[in-house]
Design a protein around this ligand. Structure first.
Ligand SMILES: [Zn+2]
Length: 286
């Protein structure tokens, strides 16, 4: 194993990063809903990959998730805190070579000059130029974002597209895909009936944190993937908007947990909402 350094100075004592940018979690489950930080407990944090092919690492603190580029983490612990008005530059132009010897803090101007020198300014993958060619991968990811609750203006901004283009893609009028489900109609009478039944069974209480405000009905098994369960009350669970937000994007990882909550019925919850995140913070590990 390569030398690792803890991320405590960044405020994330439960994590460390090695000199190549592999990130590790040291959280160990010590009880049903409790976790401890144990240095000898090492689990690799699986990065997600953004549409430019760069790694994104999610770290958790006090129940909140923060995303980092793994090279930001490497630079922080092996080079030092980032000076103001600088960016992290890859000396060889390869954004996936995150060894600290390949990284430096420099001005954005020099970074762009570097990119020109390496020919990577406009597109390491040929896909990241604003308003350039769309790909199915991007289109699918836009549709997934919409499913997950992002609005069309938010998606347009995220993918640097015009509103109208974005709207047509989301509505399946461009990049037509037969597999795209018809839009969910939250005001459909059967949808309203389903939602009311879920609330009533759950005693109008968020099943994750016990809140009785800003309630929403969540489909435990995803609406998009399970047409036969869309109006099944047993597939619904009452969540407050904050808890729902935590689940969004991680629906399948939360499935078993939410089903467990449903099985318990309406008993009072003893743990606080941050325990849930502590329990789930290693979701990305196999
Ligand atoms: Zn809640």
């Amino acid at each position: 194993m390569q030398p690792r350094r803890n991320l405590s100075e960044l405020g994330y004592a439960g994590y460390s990063v090695d000199e190549n940018g592999n990130v590790f979690s040291h959280y160990k489950k010590t009880g049903q809903y409790s976790y401890s930080i144990i240095e000898a407990e090492i689990k690799r944090v699986k990065p997600s990959i953004d549409r430019h092919g760069r790694q994104v690492i999610s770290l958790y603190k006090n129940g909140k998730r923060q995303n980092f580029r793994n090279y930001q983490l490497v630079a922080f612990v092996f080079i030092g805190p980032q000076p103001p008005n600088t960016v992290v530059c890859h000396n060889d132009g390869n954004v996936n070579n995150n060894h600290f010897s390949n990284l430096r803090y420099d001005t954005q101007k020099n970074n762009l000059a570097d990119m020109d020198k390496h020919g990577t300014r406009n597109a390491p993958n040929g896909e990241n130029h604003p308003r350039s060619k769309l790909t199915w991968k991007i289109v699918n990811s836009m549709r997934q974002d919409f499913e997950n609750g992002l609005s069309i203006p938010e998606i347009a901004k995220k993918y640097k597209l015009h509103y109208e283009t974005t709207r047509q893609i989301i509505r399946n009028q461009r990049w037509k895909d037969d597999k795209v489900q018809p839009r969910r109609n939250f005001n459909d009478p059967s949808y309203i009936k389903w939602r009311k039944s879920v609330y009533k069974r759950d005693n109008y209480t968020c099943k994750m944190c016990g809140s009785t405000k800003n309630l929403q009905a969540h489909h435990v098994r995803r609406w998009a993937d399970n047409p036969h369960l869309r109006f099944d009350v047993k597939n619904g669970i009452t969540l407050c908007v904050l808890c729902h937000d935590r689940v969004t994007g991680y629906e399948s990882e939360y499935e078993d947990y939410l089903l467990t909550l449903l099985q318990r019925g309406n008993i009072k919850l003893k743990y606080d909402k941050f325990d849930i995140d502590r329990m789930l913070m290693n979701l990305d590990d196999e």
